[in-house]
Design a protein around this ligand. Structure first.
Ligand SMILES: [Zn+2]
Length: 369
């Protein structure tokens, strides 16, 4: 507590009154600070690198309600919608309005307005509330050579908002084939342009790409592994988080999934690559048996800086629903050593996004319209 220095040499009753006054102010300030700042027991337990505020029909949780749901438990959240909108085709499902991609054969299409929606939700918050979010740009078609122009335009239209791009999807079980237009590919130069730009602007990239096709033949080489590795190797300056460690819904964990991941982690060409363990499907695979859990925990303990926790929840309406994947991972948390657990739940998120934020702000400033 600092008082005006001109009073320091004063003495006598005047000085006594000042000291007493100062003491009262100190106590008051001290108490008000104690209530404003969370006590150690109230420090957030986790950050969430993978969260969808809205669903496949662009409906979701009000951002203020979501802050309530986060409560003291969750510190920061990488925030995005879903770029793919499920078309309600009357020809296909009649009066039934599908809300999920598995509920109809009708196509999905890229809904770019999601980025404006997320930006406006973020901007409606106070500075302090905003500091708990890292909004991500998702509303682009990664098979379009113009996608990068969309990302640039979003940064210039909403400066001060976004820290990354994603989750966007290249290969995903039943989703890829349903997307209207050209199918996304890891070999498309449109994707290279996106990753180049992410490096230039400092954006964190969160990419969903199933390592393998559904129901792959056991023992076969994962279908998209070598293409993914080539893509990552081509962009050493881009910070990439590979969502779900490359696992998919009915993509059974490839034989030696952990060994495949470890080969990437120890290869210096991939020092810029991280993995998120989000999605209840991933938690389910990791927790299949004590053996699979031990393999996963050992791997994460060996590379504590390279894994991040995420929920992959979509528009939850309660903290219980929001944190169900976090709770599901209880057995994993208890097998990680203390420092690793802290990094996976919080530290790695903070390191990556604290680095991204000022870089993206600097890019925006240099390219202001
Ligand atoms: Zn995903």
């Amino acid at each position: 507590m600092r008082f005006p220095s001109k009073n320091v040499s004063d003495s006598g009753p005047n000085r006594m009154a000042q000291v007493a006054f100062g003491f009262v102010i100190s106590v008051l300030l001290c108490c008000s600070l104690a209530t404003a700042q969370p006590r150690p027991s109230e420090q957030p337990e986790l950050n969430d690198v993978h969260f969808h505020l809205t669903n496949y029909i662009q409906q979701g949780t009000d951002i203020r309600d979501f802050l309530e749901i986060m409560g003291n438990k969750v510190g920061r959240v990488a925030l995005f919608g879903i770029p793919l909108q499920q078309d309600w085709s009357y020809q296909n499902s009649g009066d039934f309005a599908p809300t999920y991609y598995l509920q109809t054969d009708a196509p999905l299409y890229y809904y770019s307005f999601t980025d404006a929606y997320i930006a406006m939700a973020y901007r409606s918050l106070s500075k302090e509330q905003q500091s708990r979010f890292d909004p991500m740009i998702t509303g682009f078609n990664p098979a379009d050579m113009y996608a990068v122009d969309h990302i640039r335009r979003v940064l210039q239209t909403f400066p001060g908002v976004f820290s990354g791009i994603g989750e966007f999807t290249i290969h995903k079980e039943f989703v890829s084939a349903k997307v209207a237009g050209e199918t996304a590919s890891l070999q498309n130069p449109a994707l290279d342009r996106i990753l180049d730009f992410a490096a230039e602007a400092g954006l964190v990239v969160l990419i969903h790409n199933d390592m393998d096709v559904p129901f792959a033949k056991p023992g076969s080489e994962p279908a998209y592994l070598s293409q993914m590795k080539s893509l990552l190797a081509r962009h050493p300056e881009t910070t990439v988080i590979w969502a779900h460690t490359g696992m998919g819904r009915v993509v059974r964990p490839v034989t030696n999934h952990a060994a495949t991941i470890e080969a990437i982690l120890k290869d210096p060409r991939f020092n810029h690559v991280y993995f998120d363990i989000s999605w209840d499907e991933v938690a389910k695979y990791l927790l299949t048996s004590p053996e699979s859990l031990r393999i996963a925990a050992d791997l994460i303990n060996r590379y504590p800086d390279r894994f991040l926790f995420g929920t992959d929840e979509v528009a939850p309406d309660s903290q219980e629903k929001y944190l169900r994947v976090y709770m599901q991972y209880g057995p994993l948390w208890s097998l990680l050593n203390k420092e690793t657990s802290e990094k996976v739940r919080k530290g790695n998120y903070e390191r990556l996004f604290d680095r991204a934020r000022p870089k993206v702000r600097a890019w925006e400033l240099a390219h202001a319209k």
